[in-house]
Design a protein around this ligand. Structure first.
Ligand SMILES: [Zn+2]
Length: 425
């Protein structure tokens, strides 16, 4: 079909068939003879017959205005990413399809192309005629089928709205959409996984910037420990109750020639609310030691804390003694329940499990003597703790402490005196 015949078709559709094609042909021809540009001629004919120019098929739609289930769409977009994927048809034929992201001044949408009439590459600006939309994972996806026509436009003729959110690692949380992060890879381990029968390499590890640390998964993208990267078009998912940064071949990875200083800055507890944090460093004051801290007994089979000789699962058992602390650490912005294991509790108490058992015996079997010792050692004391923080609706924020330090009271006094001296008191 010629461009002119296309125009007749479009005007006919825009007028919803109320005017016959011959009349439209004549009208358009007249405008053309008067040297009116074709697009303007189409609008004029539609207006003349009381139609809506918005219905004109050649109008370019903005990506942001698209909803699932639309057809006959004309778009002017920039291809932000494009990846081939092989698939097998029902009759066993192997074919290639493409998927990626496209953008215009209004936004960015994913697309799938079952067929392409021309080869297109990442960065190309294209005019797309007769595309349609589908719903995909709750959002609109542009579909290019066998009736879709693509033409190349001049380079950079389509500007793309940046929907990327630049973020610091400490700000990352699920549901924030596409993000751009500049970070240093602290560790990276490759592993091979099978996705739909295709072997893929995924690198996982941790990355960090000046504000914090986060685990990541990098699909089809090789990363090495020590790399400083700008990662664009990544997203945040939840993994084991903590945020995780995910990026793949649709993301843009740029190696940066700068160093990122990974410093030991404590995070503020309110920033962990509802999302948790990986290997978070917190500084606060112990405001409470919860029940269940001190000398406890566990079932040797399942490690459940038991009261007496009976495990609810394993029946009568010979419980094994253990020490733990559940302390509430508050930094003024929020509170986290910090769980200290046996080794850490022994360090805080300055006493082994055996010594703790002896102490309880000396106190006529009253085990709260240990809990009271813990309270004496911890309550109202400043503490620095590091560990994974899990956010759960039921328990709030919980940290399984990896490291901790409690500044010595003598040091605090010394520092205070030093400060006073410096202030010439
Ligand atoms: Zn048990």
């Amino acid at each position: 079909m010629s461009e002119f015949e296309d125009a007749v078709e479009e005007v006919y559709n825009a007028l919803e068939g109320k005017v016959d094609k011959e009349s439209i042909f004549r009208e358009l021809k007249e405008f053309m003879d008067m040297r009116v540009p074709l697009n303007e001629a189409k609008r004029s004919v539609i207006r003349k017959y009381g139609g809506t120019v918005k219905n004109l098929g050649s109008e370019y739609r903005s990506l942001a205005s698209l909803v699932p289930g639309e057809g006959r769409l004309n778009l002017r977009v920039k291809i932000l990413s494009i990846n081939p994927k092989e698939y097998t048809t029902s009759d066993g034929e192997v074919r290639k399809m493409f998927y990626g992201n496209m953008g215009d001044e209004s936004g960015v949408l994913p697309f799938t192309a079952w067929q392409l009439n021309i080869a297109i590459r990442k960065g190309d600006c294209v005019e797309i005629k007769n595309a349609y939309t589908r719903e995909w994972q709750g959002q609109t996806k542009v579909m290019l089928g066998q009736n879709t026509r693509i033409e190349l436009l001049p380079p950079d003729s389509v500007k793309v709205k940046s929907t990327l959110r630049q973020a610091k690692v400490a700000e990352l949380h699920p549901g924030m959409g596409l993000v751009e992060v500049e970070a240093k890879i602290l560790s990276a381990e490759p592993r091979t996984v099978s996705v739909d029968g295709v072997e893929k390499t995924v690198y996982s590890g941790t990355l960090a910037d000046e504000t914090g640390e986060i685990p990541f998964s990098a699909w089809d993208t090789e990363v090495r420990a020590g790399d400083v990267l700008k990662i664009s078009r990544a997203y945040v998912s939840t993994f084991r109750g903590m945020p995780q940064l995910v990026f793949d071949s649709r993301s843009e990875i740029t190696k940066l020639n700068r160093e990122i200083e990974i410093t030991e800055v404590p995070v503020s507890i309110d920033t962990l609310e509802g999302k948790g944090g990986f290997n978070a460093l917190l500084e606060g004051v112990v405001i409470d030691v919860k029940d269940g801290s001190g000398l406890i007994y566990r079932c040797p089979e399942c490690r459940r804390v038991v009261d007496g000789m009976n495990c609810p699962i394993h029946g009568r058992v010979k419980p094994v003694p253990d020490l733990r602390i559940k302390a509430i650490v508050d930094d003024g912005t929020g509170a986290v329940m910090c769980v200290f294991n046996r080794e850490q509790t022994e360090k805080i108490l300055g006493m082994t499990v055996d010594e703790a058992m002896k102490k309880v015996q000396e106190n006529m079997g009253i085990s709260t003597v240990i809990t009271e010792m813990i309270e004496d050692k911890l309550i109202a004391r400043p503490i620095r703790v590091r560990g994974n923080v899990i956010s759960e609706e039921k328990y709030g924020l919980r940290m399984f402490v990896k490291d901790f330090s409690i500044p010595d009271v003598k040091d605090i006094a010394k520092n205070a005196q030093k400060m006073l001296d410096e202030m010439e008191w």
